[in-house]
Design a protein around this ligand. Structure first.
Ligand code: HEC
Length: 192
């Protein structure tokens, strides 16, 4: 990419001799080493693409049943009857950006161990967007309703969040996801 950008000039910047420069710069590892860190960007792009692709297929199924469930007892009731294994399976669309194990590393997004009922933007070592920090400043907590709204359409709940994810439109799929997130704790949050 940089070699191409270099050509976009009437007078391209000088380069060391081709033998010295080309073999190294040709591998992604070499580029990463040269910049001193691994870039999270490619993973983020892949994940967004996957998420959007999956989202389109999801939009067609299950909404009516879920809406009935939601009407009867709110989103938390859907979580109570949620399918943890289905949520875990679906989490692969989140896994490019999030780890879930206790003490796991932050990636593009923060580690999600024990996230249910945790204050928003509370992972100590992660640098959240100003938008999410502002949302958190009012004392917001990742309760079931906030998680549902965020996972349905992150940018609708938190305008300016840096979580690039289209969302999970289907209520039941979202409840399965939150049921899975709930299971990631030594003491899972209470359910209705
Ligand atoms: C493309 C990368 C990406 C994908 C895919 C992604 N996230 Fe995120 N997520 C982020 C980023 C970045 C943040 C931090 C947002 C901010 O600071 O505005 C975040 C934040 C969150 C938070 C808030 C955490 C906190 O500590 O406040 C939750 C919960 C969350 N993501 C859950 C999920 C779930 C569940 C999925 C899959 C359905 C998912 N994310 C998919 C990148 C991603």
């Amino acid at each position: 990419m940089i070699a191409y950008l270099r050509t976009l000039s009437g007078d391209p910047a000088p380069l060391p001799s081709a033998e010295a420069a080309v073999p190294e710069a040709a591998t992604p590892e070499a580029v990463e080493q040269a910049s001193g860190e691994t870039s999270p960007e490619p993973a983020a792009e892949t994940a967004t693409a996957t998420a959007e692709a999956t989202d389109t297929t999801e939009a067609t199924g299950g909404t009516e049943t879920a809406a009935e469930g939601a009407a009867a007892g709110g989103f938390a009731a859907l979580v109570a009857s949620g399918d943890v294994a289905a949520g875990e399976k679906d989490f692969r669309k989140c896994a490019a950006c999030h780890t879930v194990e206790e003490g796991g590393a932050n990636k593009v997004g923060p580690n999600l161990w024990n996230v249910v009922n945790r204050p928003v933007a509370a992972h100590e070592d992660y640098k959240y967007s100003p938008a999410l920090q502002e949302f958190a400043a009012g004392g917001a907590v990742w309760d079931y309703d906030n998680l549902s709204a965020f996972l349905q359409k992150p940018k609708d709940l938190v305008k300016g969040t840096k979580m690039s994810f289209a969302g999970i439109r289907d209520d039941e799929d979202r409840a399965n996801m939150v049921a899975y997130l709930r299971s990631l704790a030594s003491e899972p949050a209470p359910l209705p």
